[in-house]
Write a protein that binds this ligand. Sequence first.
Ligand SMILES: C[S@@+](CC[C@H](N)C(=O)[O-])C[C@H]1O[C@@H](n2cnc3c(N)ncnc32)[C@H](O)[C@@H]1O
Length: 184
Amino acid sequence: MSHRVCPPWVGYFLLNPLRRLFENPEKILGPFVREGMIVLEPGCGMGYFTLPLASMVGPKGRIVAAEIQEKMLSVLSRRARKAGLLDRIDLRHIGEKGYNFEDLSDQVDMAVAIHMVHEVPDRAVFFKAVWDTLKPGGKMFVLEPKGHVSQMEFEQTMATAKQAGFRPEALSVRDGSRKRLLIK
Ligand SMILES: C[S@@+](CC[C@H](N)C(=O)[O-])C[C@H]1O[C@@H](n2cnc3c(N)ncnc32)[C@H](O)[C@@H]1O
């Protein structure tokens, strides 16, 4: 289902607390996430963003953390339990049958795909699956790594998102960052 997938050792590396210096989850996602929201996070890895998201949505909210690698989910599960946040995180393994998001149809307030879209081989299928989960007016935040994803590849990905129905809103293009807010 995927190519160029980040291995578990990189998953551990991505949990390094120094990452907060240049990718602070509260600063990046705080403007969009509110208490009580349902947030879908495909490609959650070991949960660098998942645990802060779970704190942001509070006890009445829910994070659906979806992954193709079970190892990422098992480490995330352990970390979430330790942080006392596991009860608001729905861990989902995405297997060969594809995205198992049918029960989320029109339920999700916000989807967050960070450093993962470039690993997805069929982005049209991916964006359609996320689109179906979102409430009308729901948002999807996409952030890609500059080191791996050229501006041209990023714009092609955004064109695919547009074909799925999303309306992209530029957040900041001045620094050449690969991030967009997509609106359903
Ligand atoms: C580079 S890691 C980023 C993890 C996390 N978002 C972060 O920023 O720390 C990308 C993750 O996306 C997952 N992934 C790749 N393709 C996927 C797909 N089609 N659906 C869900 N997860 C996927 C990989 O298994 C990997 O854990």
